[in-house]
Write a protein that binds this ligand. Structure first.
Ligand code: ZN
Length: 293
């Protein structure tokens, strides 16, 4: 890409993730905060009805509603399907002014810390991730490039889409520290894009640590689909920590430990994310990797 011309900052894609919602309201009141000279920035509250209701979504997960086929299917009329079409027409390739970059702000009940989710490992994305990690060493990079997930997230309608997942924070709760950290990351990324446009990016170190998605793990369930165990206390909040074969993974309601039965060391993320109970995900396993950008 030659230069970044248009950037969208999005919040409230999930209506019960307040950090992003509140930051969007702040940026709407004070657009100067997110204004940079070399590109235009627009802000968007993605799912206003879900925000008003304090729910993740009204009819269906908006962040799984941007698949091309869905956007073109006129028979799909749920609130989120209609909203996805509207957003796609404003920000996506159907727009007269499609955005180049989307920064979608999310929060999670898991101990994600400051996580940047990338869906592709292209040069532009990896450079941005490296820069972010260089400025803010606690930032974790979670790559879903091998997840096989469809391009159905809101961020997928831009050429380059990024998701910030900040946690742990309960649904519908604001945490001042995480609010400020999310805002800081937005500013670092906007400043990076400004430097990128001016060809002034300097990376002190070209090596990047990232965590690549391996597989999603569900809770142990009975024949009726009911959960039979909880995240083990030794694993709770241990996102991005090594999980070795034989380490405790789940604890049944009877107090029995279920161990990790894999054969190699993995790094779980999104451990005990509240919104993933309905998706059948207790955690996602990743593999830690070092890449030279
Ligand atoms: Zn979310």
């Amino acid at each position: 890409m030659s230069t970044v011309k248009r950037v969208a900052i999005v919040g409230g894609t999930h209506g019960n993730e307040r950090t992003g919602v509140q930051l969007i309201k702040k940026f709407e009141l004070c657009p100067d905060y997110v204004r940079r000279s070399s590109f235009s920035t627009q802000v968007l509250l993605a799912n206003p009805q879900a925000v008003a209701a304090g729910l993740r979504y009204i009819d269906r997960d908006l962040n799984r509603s941007f698949e091309r086929d869905r956007l073109q299917n006129q028979t799909l009329t749920s609130y989120e399907d209609r909203r996805a079409k509207e957003i796609s027409q404003v920000l996506g390739s159907d727009s007269s002014a499609p955005v180049d970059v989307i920064l979608d702000m999310h929060s999670t009940t898991s101990n994600s810390g400051l996580t940047l989710i990338i869906d592709e490992e292209n040069v532009f994305t990896l450079q941005l991730a490296t820069y972010l990690q260089q400025i803010h060493s606690s930032v974790k990079i979670y790559s879903t490039s091998c997840s096989g997930r469809k391009q159905d997230a809101l961020r997928s309608i831009a050429r380059f889409g990024f998701c910030l997942e900040i946690g742990p924070v309960a649904q519908n709760v604001l945490n001042a520290d995480l609010f400020q950290k999310t805002e800081t990351l937005i500013h670092i990324i906007l400043d990076y894009l400004e430097q990128y446009n001016r060809n002034e990016v300097t990376l002190l170190d070209r090596s990047l640590t990232l965590y690549r998605y391996l597989e999603a793990i569900d809770y142990p369930r009975n024949e009726y689909g009911e959960i039979q165990a909880m995240i083990h206390p030794q694993l709770q909040f241990n996102d991005y920590e090594a999980l070795h074969p034989g380490d405790a993974m789940f604890l049944t309601f009877e107090g029995e430990t279920i161990s990790y039965s894999g054969t190699s060391v993995v790094y779980p993320v999104f451990i005990n994310e509240a919104a993933y109970y309905e998706k059948g995900i207790a955690m996602c396993l990743t593999k830690k990797a070092q890449v030279i950008v």
